[in-house]
Ligand binder design. Structure first.
Ligand code: G4P
Length: 548
């Protein structure tokens, strides 16, 4: 039988393997790892499906769509549950296109922003921002873009639904620039919209791609006309072409030309117009991703920066998915490979636990199904089944002490205290919350001076999810009640005495420990927080924390 990844091995780590550097370099070079950010309903699912379709990863339209079964769910949390149910298969999709390996990471799209979404974005090298051209920039887009900005992630923009009545394209660019504070470089420009949508003009190639509705055709079948001054265009739609010429002049004057360096620095986004449902403009997006988006980038691992082409394997866990199958308490830790070559059956070191493990039954994510992974390189995501000893932020290597940084926990904004109806279930409650906490579904705090547990979340729906999972997976009927806590900060200090004094002081009544054993201060108000900070100058109060 295959070894479980939980099993510890007594043998020492294998001697460094001899993996040819050119091979690793080549594999890294052809990889792209990205996520789609969008407000719900902008067309993320549709576009994902088209990307997979064009790459040949799936044959049939509707495959991804069918999995988005939560659309008509009766409540919001049911939708989250359903998304969770389908999400191991769809949370990472790998496909090949033009001799590149593309890893598409799904960002949970629910309005009620969850921490999962933030952390998935720490594992990508670029992002595709989908905007409903009739609506423009929406709230979720803003939040997600801000997360991307923390790591200066390069962003490609797709203005979707041009087959509908949309807002004025120039106005859309304006809004993008002012609301999202990012330079826009239009690469394609729409000719008309809605019923009179004729296609797009490619500003860099001086070509017109003619629109034809329907999703039967792949887009290489869209007709291309060379040159904006081509007499054929005049003959086809004289009025629109006049308008286009005027707009293009305006656009050239008023917007930024595409600048690869600015894009890679995350300060400029190339903008494409199209219609995902009609397959139109999708190929351009794929090409931009391969031609412009970065291959896996170096990663900071506190002691040093790790180059993706280094021969030894390394990576970090950015997401845990648990209890997919209630009959088996299985968990999958999603690991982003940061360097080297991962090979099935190799031994790797789990640095936090200082343990060597042999990973045999690893899963990879080929578009639609789980498959055994034979090898993986930087940028790839592998799934490590385990029984609960892997946590978000854990680093793995072939032995070197590398702790990858930048996988954050965010101080929660919402708090609940937990009570159970049946006191005999207290053990199950603790176990359930411990596991859900490790999975990142919710943050759990144990106050020093009280037996109650405090839950913290970034979005309130997380509480409903946790309540329903406690009931279904652990048989615990828990009641969540409001608290007087308004914010939380993790507390650290070089001065161990100050920490101990703090815990013993009156402020200690608001001190709690999180699931990973970190000290936190649960403030009753912003005034209270400020006062406490002023009174304890030797302590640092953090709004985010990294790994344990
Ligand atoms: P999401 O994942 O971002 O939430 O969006 P999704 O792809 O599910 O798309 C949301 C709705 O927008 C769907 O319609 C989808 O068909 C539609 N849509 C996506 N791209 C385009 C486009 O280019 N043009 C037009 N006109 N519509 C588009 P729905 O009615 O909510 O669902 P369905 O009944 O079509 O499945």
């Amino acid at each position: 039988p295959e070894l479980d990844t939980d099993a510890t091995l007594d043998q020492p780590l294998a001697v460094p393997r001899n993996v040819p550097a050119e091979l690793i370099g080549r594999e890294v070079h052809r990889r792209r790892t990205f996520g789609i950010i969008s407000h719900p309903d902008a067309g993320k699912t549709t576009l994902t499906e088209k990307l997979l379709l064009f790459s040949g990863a799936i044959q049939l339209a509707g495959t991804v769509k069918a999995r988005k079964s939560g659309r008509h769910a009766t409540s919001d949390w049911m939708e989250i549950e359903k998304q969770r149910g389908i999400s191991v298969a769809s949370s990472v999709m790998q496909f090949e296109y033009r001799d590149h390996v593309v890893n598409l990471l799904d960002t949970p799209g629910h309005q009620d922003f969850s921490e999962d979404t933030y952390r998935v974005l720490t594992a990508v090298d670029s992002a595709l921002m989908v905007i409903d051209a009739a609506k423009g920039v929406e709230t979720q887009t803003i939040k997600l873009l801000n997360v991307c900005r923390m790591r200066s992630t390069p962003i490609i923009t797709f203005m979707n639904k041009m087959d509908r009545e949309t807002r004025d394209p120039l106005e859309l660019l304006d809004e993008l620039e002012s609301v999202l504070d990012i330079q826009c470089a239009p690469v394609t420009w729409p000719i008309g919209m809605g019923k009179s949508f004729r296609g797009v003009y490619h500003l860099l190639r001086d070509e017109i791609l003619l629109f034809a509705p329907g999703d039967a055709r792949a887009d290489q079948e869209f007709e291309v006309i060379k040159g904006i001054n081509n007499p054929r265009l005049e003959a086809m739609f004289p009025r629109e072409i006049e308008q286009l010429k005027m707009e293009v002049e305006l656009v050239h004057g008023a917007s930024h030309p595409f600048d690869l360096q600015a894009f890679l620095a995350g300060t400029q986004t190339p903008v494409f117009f199209g219609s995902a449902i009609n397959n139109f403009g999708v190929r351009e997006i794929l090409n931009a991703l391969l031609d412009w988006a970065p291959s896996p980038r170096p990663r900071d691992a506190s002691v040093r920066s790790v180059e993706p082409s280094e021969a030894p394997f390394s990576g970090f866990v950015f997401k845990i998915q648990a209890n997919m199958d209630p009959a088996h308490r299985d968990r999958i830790a999603f690991l982003r490979v940061c360097s080297g070559r991962f090979e099935r059956g190799m031994k790797i070191k789990h640095l936090r636990l200082n343990r060597e493990i042999k990973v045999s039954n690893v899963v990879t994510f080929m578009a639609a199904s789980r498959e055994q992974v034979e090898e993986a390189y930087a940028g790839d995501i592998i799934g490590l089944p385990n029984h609960g000893n892997m946590q978000i932020g854990d680093s793995f290597s072939e032995g070197e002490l590398l702790q990858f940084t930048g996988i954050p926990y965010f101080a929660p904004d919402f708090f609940r205290s937990v009570r159970i109806r049946n006191p005999l279930k207290i053990k199950q409650l603790h176990k359930g919350l411990q596991q859900l906490g490790e999975e990142g579904a919710v943050q759990v705090f144990k106050p020093v001076h009280s037996g109650d547990l405090i839950l913290g979340a970034v979005g309130v729906l997380q509480f409903e999810v946790v309540a329903s999972r406690l009931l279904n997976e652990y048989g615990v009927d828990a009641v969540f009640e409001g608290t007087s806590i308004s914010s939380a900060r993790w507390v650290t200090s070089e001065d161990k005495r100050a920490i101990a004094d703090f815990e013993k002081s009156a402020a200690g009544h608001n001190v709690a420990y999180d699931a990973a054993g970190n000290m936190a201060y649960l403030a009753s108000s912003s005034v209270n927080l400020r006062h406490t900070q002023e009174r304890w100058p030797l302590l640092t109060f953090h709004a985010t924390r990294e790994h344990a």
